[in-house]
Design a protein around this ligand. Sequence first.
Ligand code: ZN
Ligand code: ZN
Length: 303
Amino acid sequence: MPTRARNVSGVALRLPERAEVWLFDCGEGTQHQLQRTPLRISQINRIFITHLHGDHIFGLMGLLATCGLAGQGQEIHLYGPDGLEEYVRTCARLSRTTLSETLNIHTTEPGLLHRDDNFSVTCQPLKHRIPSYGYRVTESDRPGKFDVERAQALGIRPGPLFGRLKNGESLELADGSVVHGRDLNGPTVGGRSVVYCTDTMYCESAVALADHSDVLIHEATFAEQDEHLAMQSMHSTTTMAARVASEAQVHQLLLTHFSPRYTKESEITPDELLAQARAIFPRTEMARDLMVYDVPRRDENFG
Ligand SMILES: [Zn+2]
Ligand SMILES: [Zn+2]
């Protein structure tokens, strides 16, 4: 539940090159929180819902109503488990809310959900009291920069041969010498990946989904000592989340979705939650409201 210090689930992934925002979960208050950021609601064109518990969807209707009112014909793709469409359509009908005509609701199934020129989105089922899905956004690798000047110095004119060399082919020139495309192309720029896993207990599918990702956002509702509570409610402890990060060999773990029982004044403090996770996976941070994390390029991290 929301507290004075912390709101419920909602993560925005900003794709600056496309001026798009993809939203993951939309708990109560997400729309208000968005207004405290430089992001614009009109930029949201994909929304991924992990599961139908209220702390992940109670902000959705308000947000969709705003999008419907804006009337800019903003196309929105909404993804989520079976039942999400019924929830949205029923709320809209009973509250006389006009949804945007360009709202497309997709029922999430494991595997590939979306692919375009730059990104793909896959999902896997997690382990929670009701069906819940983790999502992974993977940016495509980009070919390295082609060295035009060097190609021209070798006597190759711009044209179809450039294209073949860019594709990495080897060519024999008129004088019999051989030019290898690989020598003229800079190193491939690795795509980045972000994984969002909540709500769930430790599970193999989370490890598989997060495999070598740059950022894993994973829930850590409970402290290690409260594992019995995690088991009862099918949530993760700090150690479970850190184990997923460690086994998947991710670059950075961001913990979120903490139980409101842990405060600076309580017996187990948020600092202790962080220390528990770091004991297993040192590159861990705790998410806080309005925190911004820049996903660095992989070659800068994994030298
Ligand atoms: Zn839940
Ligand atoms: Zn939850």
